[in-house]
Design a protein around this ligand. Structure first.
Ligand code: ADP
Ligand code: ZN
Ligand code: ZN
Length: 759
């Protein structure tokens, strides 16, 4: 390899090591050898790294004509990995910003932007094409077949050549390619290898009804956003109750945005319903190209869709979180939409810990185009931006679209409901069971939500005086009992944090009494439903991450529900969002307050969102519909207000609480988490970090002393956290910029800017 360094250097490249550590935050400089003079910013290259010159992947950030000050150590780039991968300039500057904002090295940030299949070239095919040589070799006679081949090629304009062998054989009326092969051998034809990905547009055949006109409310919202199209950056918050026709507003805005050849980017949360939304968009834009980036695509398809976008062929780009990095050619982006903007799946839980919604805002700002954030239950952050900071314009849809009814909502207090043996609280209230019978008798369908999977969340001692509770050996959490099959007593226990399974002791290790399971997850709820209702076994189905192991299982179950084969669908929050089935006449929420006791300042917000979203699943067709919300504290404000649909009252109260407590969105937060198998090391690292960062906390940055995380140990790693709060993002960023030089981020230290999960 060293010999390559002898080649003349024609320019200099600033590169970022892909798996880069923070030691070179601005990248490293390498020489570009003459044979690689085509290298441009956004290319992925291999460079020699370190003393051993280990070949290492790196992104080219910029190209310079003048050498760096110190040229003595200068090495040359080994090779350019794949010239078909090139991140556009605006993504490079977005990555720079993200790397700063989320305190992550630039190399891994750039790699986050590129889907794995694109980088690995999945679905790429290499084909050998043929053409005429610059000069035909001298021969006396050509066979008839050979002359035919030459004639065909000569009749094709040179910019449409080379062509593939089967096409050539066919056009020259040849039965096989053997004449072509012989001609290649003797120099009558030349071959060229081309690599490309075979791209095709995804098709959906389902058709959707098109509303004739917008309602007055929809029209007002549409007009307001439409007025800002082609006018530079503008941020809009579309707050519309579920079923108020937000999607219809998006569709008409997309239509306007792409009319003159621009493209629109639509982000949807990572839920089972992405394909449904995609199908709806495709059916409404039969003459436009819709590229889709979601998890049910095959790897090859994901590569294809990315390539189509990058070639500027897509008018509409729809996808989940990472679609915010779609390589839309610069200048083409005219509208950004983030549906269900409050969804936590927009936040990535590994570095870079970015929020797709916030990146989307940044992208719209860079592209100088409007962005619409839509939700029935906007995040406190977006509500604050619209109503307090007024950096976003609020549009409200209060009414459900024509044809949809508002469900009646009843609250049931479970403190008064016990099981038959009086040992445990009941899971289903008498009222809910009665309503289910009524609905099923009237041929309606039922949706039951319980946000906890497994059979039972507690395995404990039967003796009330003994407090033994089965815990995970590797985590500070309790084990969850799972049944192997419904109505089958064999079971196992599993930790939902590290995934390890354990045996259930035959008797209590502390007092030798019997061991019992208490509480209920979706498996137990399913079992109860099967014993309580005398209906076909396949008329009851459960959807949670244990049954829905892949996207197609989810799709199949939803289809069976849509067909009416499934009459009771039970599930975790997976079924709370987006489902649109007109025959759902009853929705039951079990343990609606399960999130309230979470050690998370967003617990009330999550509870409000869950109750409100799930109630929105009822009443999507004609006739009466009902939602029954069971909880042990029906008077708690998020449940009360969600049941009345009083979002604004809830948001106002919640924001004043956050404001008084100095919590986001009234402030900006960063969370530092240290982890180590040794508890003292984890604690020591956190304390040392605190001491180092403390002197940097000027300008009202509040750095809280280290404490164990709410779950102090996960998978044998002890965890400590330090949080810092700043009045504004700018103040927080100034603090982090300085702090960055005092930290080594990696396995033992994670930094989460604008954290969402606080466990
Ligand atoms: P959201 O996105 O707010 O949940 P959707 O846009 O999905 O609401 O609309 C819910 C249903 O109402 C859809 O079936 C949609 O076709 C229908 N709909 C939306 N707007 C109108 C309208 N203006 N007139 C009639 N039906 C409408
Ligand atoms: Zn565990
Ligand atoms: Zn005991």
């Amino acid at each position: 390899m060293a010999g390559l360094f002898d080649e003349p250097t024609v320019a200099y490249a600033q590169v970022a090591i892909e798996r880069g550590v923070d030691a070179f935050p601005d990248g490293l400089t390498y020489g570009i050898p003459e044979r690689l003079s085509h290298i441009q910013p956004g290319h992925l290259v291999t460079v020699p790294l370190g003393r051993g010159n280990t070949p290492t992947s790196a992104w080219v950030l910029s190209i310079h004509q003048s050498p760096p000050i110190d040229t003595k150590q200068l090495k040359q780039i080994y090779e350019c990995n794949n010239t078909s991968i090139q991140l556009p300039n605006d993504l490079l500057s977005l990555a720079n910003w993200m790397s700063q904002y989320y305190v992550t090295p630039i190399g891994p940030t750039l790699s986050t932007m590129l889907p794995g299949p694109v980088r690995q070239g999945t679905g790429t095919t290499t084909r050998e094409l043929v053409d005429l040589p610059d000069e035909l070799p001298d021969v006396e006679t050509l066979s008839e077949k050979q002359q035919a081949v030459i004639n065909v090629l000569q009749s094709i304009p040179s910019d449409e050549r080379p062509i593939d062998k089967p096409t050539l054989a066919k056009q020259a009326n040849l039965k096989s390619q053997s004449a072509i092969q012989t001609m290649i051998k003797h120099g009558f034809l030349v071959t060229k290898r081309v690599t490309r990905i075979e791209a095709q547009w995804l098709k959906h055949t389902q058709s959707f009804s098109i509303p004739e006109s917008l309602t007055d409310e929809q029209q007002v919202a549409f007009d307001a956003v439409n007025a800002t199209l082609h006018q530079g950056y503008a941020s809009h918050l579309l707050h519309g109750v579920t079923g108020s026709g937000k999607t219809e507003v998006y569709i008409r805005l997309i239509q306007r945005a792409i009319e003159d050849g621009g493209s629109a980017l639509i982000l949807v949360p990572e839920i089972s319903l992405t394909p449904q939304t995609a199908a709806r968009l495709i059916s409404r834009f039969p003459n436009h190209k819709v590229a889709i980036l979601h998890s049910t695509l095959t790897r090859a398809q994901r590569h294809q869709q990315w390539a189509l976008i990058s070639e500027g062929k897509a008018d509409i780009i729809l996808g989940v979180r990472s679609a915010v990095f779609a390589p839309i050619p610069e200048g083409n982006l005219k509208l950004v939409i983030v549906d269900e903007e409050h969804e936590t799946s927009y936040k990535q839980d590994s570095a870079p810990r970015y929020n797709g919604r916030d990146i989307a805002i940044r992208r719209a700002w860079m592209a100088k185009c409007p962005i619409v954030l839509g939700s029935a239950t906007p995040s406190m952050e977006s509500w604050w931006n619209a109503t307090v900071r007024k950096i976003s314009t609020l549009h409200t849809l209060k009414q459900r679209a024509p044809g949809l009814v508002v469900p009646t909502i009843e609250l049931v207090n479970m403190k008064h409901e016990f099981t038959g043996d009086g040992q445990d609280f009941a899971l289903f209230s008498g009222r809910l069971i009665e309503a289910m019978h009524t609905t099923l008798n009237a041929n309606g369908q039922v949706l039951i939500l319980l946000n906890r999977r497994g059979f039972a969340p507690w395995i404990m001692c039967k003796e009330r005086s003994c407090d033994w509770l089965m815990k995970c050996e590797h985590c500070d959490t309790s084990m969850v009992f799972h049944r192997k099959k419904p109505l089958h007593h064999a079971g196992f226990v599993r930790c939902h944090h590290c995934g390890k399974e354990q045996r259930v002791p035959k008797s209590c290790p502390d007092c030798s009494s019997d061991v019992v399971v208490r509480g209920a997850g979706t498996q137990r709820a399913e079992e109860l439903l099967r014993t309580m209702f005398d209906i076909e076994p396949n008329a009851i189905a459960r959807l949670d991450s244990d049954t829905a192991t892949n996207a197609s299982t989810i799709q199949r179950t939803l289809e069976r529900f849509g067909d009416g084969e499934i009459r009771i669908l039970l599930g975790t929050q997976m079924i709370a969002k987006g489902l649109d089935f007109p025959n759902v006449k009853l929705v039951g929420v079990l343990d609606a307050d399960s999130a309230i006791d979470m050690p998370d300042f967003r617990a009330a917000e999550r509870t409000y969102q869950l109750v409100s979203q799930v109630c929105g699943r009822s009443g999507r067709g004609a006739g009466d519909s009902l939602a029954i919300i069971q909880s042990r504290d029906p008077h708690t404000p998020p449940i009360q207000l969600a049941s009345k649909g009083e979002y604004e009252t809830f948001a106002h109260a919640e924001l004043s609480f956050r404001n008084e407590a100095g919590l986001p969105p009234a402030s900006r937060m960063v969370r530092f988490v240290t982890r180590n198998r040794d508890e003292q090391s984890a604690k020591g690292k956190a304390e040392a970090l605190f001491e180092r960062l403390k002197p940097l906390t000027k300008e009202h940055v509040q750095l809280n002393p280290p404490i164990p995380c709410p779950i102090p140990r996960i998978a044998d790693y002890y965890r400590y956290e330090c949080t810092a709060l700043a009045p504004t993002s700018t103040v927080l960023q100034t603090f982090l910029e300085e702090a960055r030089t005092y930290m080594t981020i990696g396995r033992e230290l994670a930094v989460d800017v604008d954290p969402i999960a606080l466990l």
